[in-house]
Design a protein around this ligand. Structure first.
Ligand code: MLT
Length: 244
């Protein structure tokens, strides 16, 4: 198995050759997607375009859908929800489809949507993702970070490192054997430095600071937890993720 990390969708090659692609947006899209599925959402359908989301969700009965829209960290007008995983209660999500569009996270998922297997990972469900990789042994794994508007993001990179670190251990191979690019080795180094203070790292991250300015400190606390949700969001059809 070879695992490569790409810091942004823009840095991810267009010619997709991954057997398994993993999109990461710790703050907060993939944390929200994992949480929605964990508490009983029927599926999560992702859109990069807000108008498309509104149009497609119109075809669903209002009691069977929820619309979540985020731009710049804030909720988009006309949606029931923004992008806080803490809004994903069992009562609200039960048997409903979550239609979601966010600034960067949904773009990362779209970038790799043609891969054989597409997963969504965050710190909160890291173990479920690693267990899947250990069980299925895909030859080529691409970890695609959402980043922020084309730039590197600490929180996504530390999560990529947490996955690669645990995977190398589980496979019983040195990291150099698993790593498909330099970014994978760098991500593990970041994780090793911050593994005991992930919340501290999220506070240093530029998007973490943006969310703190928007009064979202509880979101940071929630998203900084590791291995707390046993849920694997997997793409069932293009743009639609379900609990595997
Ligand atoms: C994104 O897609 O950029 C994020 O999920 C933004 C957010 O924190 O809502």
């Amino acid at each position: 198995m070879k695992l490569s990390v790409f810091h942004t969708p823009e840095l991810t090659p267009d010619q997709n050759s991954a057997d398994c692609a993993i999109a990461i947006d710790v703050l907060r899209a993939t944390s929200t997607i994992a949480t929605a599925l964990a508490v009983g959402a029927e599926a999560v359908q992702v859109f990069s375009d807000m108008d498309k989301l509104m149009h497609e969700s119109e075809a669903w009965q209002p009691e069977k859908r929820l619309r979540a829209g985020e731009r710049g960290g804030s909720k988009v007008a006309g949606c029931e929800l923004g992008n806080s995983p803490l809004d994903c209660t069992a009562e609200l999500m039960h048997d409903r489809r979550l239609f979601i569009s966010t600034t960067n996270g949904t773009r990362a998922l779209q970038k790799v949507q043609a891969s054989k297997t597409v997963l969504a990972a965050a710190l909160i469900n890291r173990r479920a993702v690693v267990d899947h990789l250990l069980k299925h042994h895909p030859e080529t794994v691409w970890v695609v970070n959402a980043g922020w508007e084309g730039s590197f993001a600490l929180e996504d990179t530390v999560c990529a490192g947490a996955i690669a670190h645990s995977l190398a251990k589980g496979l019983g191979v040195p990291l150099e054997e698993l790593a498909g690019n330099d970014e994978a080795i760098g991500a593990v180094a970041l994780y090793q430095q911050w593994q005991d203070n992930l919340l501290g790292l999220l506070h240093h991250a530029s998007h973490g600071k943006r969310l703190l300015r928007l009064d979202c400190q509880d979101d940071l606390k929630y998203c900084a937890q590791i291995d707390v949700l046993d849920v694997l969001p997997m793409q069932r059809e293009i743009g639609v993720l379900v609990r595997a």
